[in-house]
Design a protein around this ligand. Structure first.
Ligand SMILES: [Zn+2]
Length: 256
């Protein structure tokens, strides 16, 4: 099921109801049915990145090895990103950071450290605004390009990985990311580490879903995530899972 096939099915349903109305006099009230289904599918497909409704998003890898990847959204954060980095360093684990462009100014040294530690950096829009999904094609391109410029200025690399804010995909977002040659990266396991749940509950939630090829979504924006990360790294070690970068797991490139 894709956006195109859903739209085409909707158009066909409308034509059929129109013809039935014209020739057999059935009520046009039947249009409510395809209308409701269409709307529901558009909302589902836009909100659930794993549905691949608007575009292909990498949400897991088919691997035979016990390999998983860690990703951190919404940084760089002056307080918590350095703690995430030192925890990862203690375990010799790589990660991928999807950064928000507007958070870079003033945190350039944090971004530099991510890169120097061997982690990869991906684009997570410039503003991460709640209205970002209503942006025009050009608006989305600006979001991506502004962050790309900020990252390039600090580490001298051109990113190829993009994680949509909130995991929401729209036709304009997809067009913009395609025209700028980004790979859209989703996730397998949403830790929900920004909710009120305790670190224990979050860590348990992640552990029960871990499987080979999984990409885990965290946020480097709170102390709780540091606790969850430590527990996840210990769990991975005890259960023979190797932590690899998102791009290595998916066999794609992080930079141009
Ligand atoms: Zn985010």
């Amino acid at each position: 099921m894709t956006f195109k096939s859903t739209r085409n099915s909707f158009i066909i349903a409308v034509i059929v109801i129109g013809l039935l109305h014209l020739f057999f006099g059935i009520s046009l009230g039947w249009l409510v049915l395809p209308g409701t289904v269409y709307l529901a599918l558009i909302i589902y497909g836009s909100a659930i990145i794993q549905s691949n409704f608007h575009a292909h998003a990498y949400c897991h890898a088919n691997v035979s090895e016990k390999e998983i990847a860690l990703s951190f959204d919404d940084g760089p954060n002056r307080e918590y990103t350095p703690q995430v980095l030192s925890t990862l360093a203690q375990h010799n684990a790589p990660a991928t950071f999807f950064v928000i462009g507007k958070n870079i100014q003033g945190n350039e040294s944090v971004l530099k450290q991510m890169d120097a530690d061997g982690h990869s950096i991906g684009n997570h829009s410039y503003t991460h605004s709640s209205y970002v999904d209503f942006k025009s094609l050009q608006g989305f391109k600006n979001e991506l390009n502004q962050t790309a410029e900020s990252v390039f200025k600090v580490i001298g690399k051109r990113m190829k990985l993009f994680r949509p804010p909130y995991g929401v995909t729209t036709p304009n977002l997809v067009k913009a990311s395609k025209s700028l040659n980004y790979n859209i990266i989703g996730w397998t396991i949403r830790s929900l580490d920004t909710t009120a749940d305790s670190a224990q509950i979050i860590a348990r939630r992640v552990q029960t879903q871990i499987k080979p090829g999984a990409i885990i979504l965290f946020h480097d924006t709170s102390d709780k995530t540091i606790q969850v990360l430590k527990q996840t790294l210990n769990f991975a070690k005890e259960n023979g899972y190797k932590i690899v970068s998102v791009e290595r797991l998916l066999k794609i490139k992080a930079y141009e």
